[in-house]
Design a protein around this ligand. Structure first.
Ligand code: FAQ
Length: 326
């Protein structure tokens, strides 16, 4: 038996050719289509990590729900955090189309066997962080995720269309909050600058390691799961964000940041990749707390899962009784 570069048993060459042709013709792969094992595994890895990120990502802003400074801000924040729960659910559902079980994915998250985005391991210290998370974290998420609406796997691409629409509202509510704060007192302006200083570099790390150190990019690009490399998207984010920072009146904390007319892009400094590796390996400021709270929420929800299962079993028994021949 021959094996592929993934180490999988080689597919029927006809099926593989058909798959390759569809990928290069920009046709979507759907759940019932044949796909290489490596393609399936890459999708499960990426979509599950993305789903976990949305669910864990509710925590830094969720911390401010009971402390929002007005009813209007609370309503906006509540809607945003609820959207993130919804994004997690669409993405878990997309992962299930690949033959994995959502309960198993949750198990992998709370036991620390599967990753979620590094960004959510930083604390949200003041209400300005809510604005900066919307502006920079959702801004980076949009840059990264709009191209995923053209991802080759149908259920993922379709989920991303709706998610991106909602991320756009998230980014705007954050930026609008910051514009208001910057028109406020010197203390409010200082809070915005401080939050920008703390979130800028972690936001750049959201795009993943530099291309030269990204083991998955090349293959994911060939499969058209990812449409751009990590560094391309990071550059796009910097170029998009610099004029927004100028309009807002904050300084981005990078002395190397400047427009390069020859490249037609901004040059910028190198994120601290040692810090990135520490955070991804579980040593960030909030990793332990994020997982502890997720675990506690999961345990507290056990009765809901049991009730839902009991209800489904009862409905099934009723259906079988009424459908049974007399
Ligand atoms: N954090 O070879 P690559 C959001 C891992 S949602 C942690 O470059 P790949 C919405 C990577 O998984 C944010 N780990 O990997 C929101 C891989 O590990 P593995 C999440 C990271 O997959 C806003 C290893 O490093 N978004 O923000 C990170 O080709 C506000 C090598 O990396 C998505 O998930 C990281 N930052 O590219 C919610 C988008 N970066 O599995 C609430 C979809 C890399 O080999 C509030 N995902 N790693 O052990 C993607 O686009 C890609 O998966 C990348 C990584 C770009 C994240």
């Amino acid at each position: 038996m021959t094996t592929t570069a993934d180490g999988n048993a080689a597919a029927d060459p006809g099926l593989q050719r058909h798959f390759d042709r569809r990928i290069s013709a920009e046709q979507r792969i759907e759940p019932r289509d044949w796909m290489p094992d490596g393609y399936r595994a890459t999708l499960v890895r990426q979509i599950a990590q993305h789903a976990h990120s949305e669910i864990i990502g509710m925590q830094p802003e969720g911390d401010w729900l009971t402390r929002a400074p007005s009813l209007r801000r609370k309503a906006i924040l509540l809607a945003k955090v609820q959207d993130e729960a919804g994004h997690g659910l669409y993405l878990y559902a997309a992962t299930e189309t690949l033959g994995v079980d959502r309960a198993d994915l949750t198990g992998r998250l709370i036991s620390g066997r599967q990753k979620y985005s590094s960004i959510f391991n930083y604390p949200s210290r003041t209400f300005a962080d809510v604005g900066v998370i919307g502006w920079l974290v959702d801004g980076a998420a949009i840059c990264n995720q709009v191209p995923l609406c053209r991802s080759s796997y149908g259920p993922y691409a379709r989920a991303m269309v709706r998610i991106c629409k909602e991320e756009s509202f998230h980014q705007r509510q954050g930026y609008e909050l910051l514009l208001r704060m910057m028109a406020g007192t010197p203390e409010q302006r200082a809070m915005v600058q401080d939050a920008t200083d703390r979130w800028w570099w972690p936001a750049l790390m959201m795009f993943g390691p530099p291309d030269a150190e990204s083991p998955n990019t090349q293959r994911s690009m060939a499969w058209r799961i990812k449409r751009h490399t990590n560094d391309e998207l990071r550059q796009r984010f910097v170029d998009m964000t610099v004029p927004q920072a100028e309009k807002l009146g904050v300084t981005l904390p990078d002395p190397e940041l400047r427009w390069n007319p020859e490249r037609g892009h901004h040059d910028f400094g190198e994120p601290d990749w040692a810090e990135f590796r520490r955070v991804v390996s579980g040593q960030g400021p909030c990793n332990a707390e994020r997982l502890r709270r997720r675990r506690a929420a999961h345990e507290k929800g056990a009765w809901v899962r049991e009730a839902a299962a009991a209800y489904a079993a009862r409905r099934q028994a009723e259906r079988e009784r009424t459908e049974a021949p007399a």
